[in-house]
Design a protein around this ligand. Structure first.
Ligand SMILES: Nc1ncnc2c1ncn2[C@@H]1O[C@H](COP(=O)(O)OP(=O)(O)O)[C@@H](O)[C@H]1O
Ligand SMILES: CC(C)(COP(=O)(O)O)[C@@H](O)C(=O)NCCC(=O)O
Length: 306
């Protein structure tokens, strides 16, 4: 028996048509501020592909709010505040950070001007000292490299509507969790929770991260493109961040281009690609929305859970 897909698929053109006449709330300066390294995220792409998503999320956010109000009225309960949680997943270098920052900027510009916080799961990696002790330094990003109980208790506190919640912070410069640094969120209307592991469900777990999500998005792209973007980002970082003596990769700053490409490809093939194949790609079907990117980073198709 063949099962029919739980997703409905939209071509780029079909999805773009959903932006209708919504005015673009971002200026060129806003977009420029959002760009990551060597990023060509254009206003056209935002208007065509990100705006319909923002509109749809607004519908879901508002309908979810109405539902909670109706249920509370039925139960005779106070209106508790609980953020609407949007999860973003996908491979290393697929563009999660860029996407999450753009989405945050768009949602913040809804007429109701919601308070939108963004948390990345790399803060929940174990510090390098712990990873070294457990021989996990070459398994960074794999499930066992994250403090999952801490991540789940963060999400639990968010959904329980706690007033102030602290999340640990990771530095790509030091390649480590920053000791004594925290990002505090204070009852946002919306939380964007971004990381390669957010849709993972460890075998036998009684609670998983997605129990706390209102909507989840998986960014997808071909493996060849991902490797290319990873290497390009590595080369861009070599010219910038790696030049900083406090960079973990300072020793790579003087590599010739060919050596730098080889180094990046080795890290990709030994760590990030196996993690993608074993632990990230299998979670794709759990998302509510899958965005398929082409080699130019443009969203080529959109699959929405029915
Ligand atoms: N929409 C986009 N258009 C062009 N380049 C992009 C886009 N999204 C990401 N990139 C680039 O691809 C690389 C990976 O993106 P990043 O957001 O850092 O990925 P991740 O957070 O998934 O590791 C970066 O060099 C970034 O500038
Ligand atoms: C910290 C990460 C696991 C997180 O990846 P992200 O979700 O930020 O793309 C990743 O950036 C990483 O460090 N991977 C290990 C191999 C490497 O240095 O690329």
């Amino acid at each position: 028996m063949t099962l029919s897909s739980p997703f409905q698929r939209f071509s780029r053109r079909e999805w773009a048509a959903l932006s209708a006449d919504t005015p673009l709330p971002l200026t060129d300066e806003d977009i420029a501020a959002l760009r990551g390294l060597c990023d060509q995220l254009s206003l056209t792409e935002v208007a065509k592909m990100y705006l319909p998503l923002s509109r749809m999320l607004k519908l879901r956010f508002e309908a979810g709010h109405e539902l909670v109000l109706a249920q509370n009225a039925f139960l005779g309960r106070e209106n508790d505040r609980s953020p609407f949680v949007i999860a973003i997943s996908g491979s290393v270098a697929v563009g999660k950070s860029t996407f999450a920052r753009t989405l945050q900027a768009l949602l913040t510009r809804w007429p109701s001007q919601p308070n939108v916080s963004l948390i990345t799961t790399d803060g929940f990696l174990y510090p390098n000292a712990v990873l070294e002790e457990r021989s996990l330094m070459r398994r960074k990003g794999f499930p066992e490299s994250y403090d999952l109980p801490r991540l789940l208790s963060f999400l639990h506190a968010v959904k329980a509507g706690e007033g102030e919640i602290a999340a640990p912070v990771y530095s790509h410069l030091s390649y480590d969790v920053i000791p004594d640094r925290q990002q505090v969120i204070r009852q946002p209307d919306i939380l964007i929770f971004e990381g390669l592991n957010v849709l993972q469900a460890p075998h036998g777990a009684s609670v998983i991260a997605s129990d706390y999500f209102d909507f989840s998005i998986f960014l997808d792209a071909d493996k060849e493109d991902l490797e290319k973007w990873y290497v390009e980002r590595f080369l861009a970082l070599q010219r910038t961040a790696f030049q900083n003596p406090s960079s973990y990769f300072y020793r790579y700053r003087t590599l010739e281009k060919a050596e730098a490409v080889e180094t990046a490809q080795r890290i990709w093939r030994e760590i990030n690609l196996p993690n993608l194949m074993e632990n990230i790609q299998p979670t794709r079907q759990r998302a509510d929305l899958i965005l398929q990117k082409g080699s130019d980073h443009q969203i080529e198709s959109v699959s929405l859970r029915r």
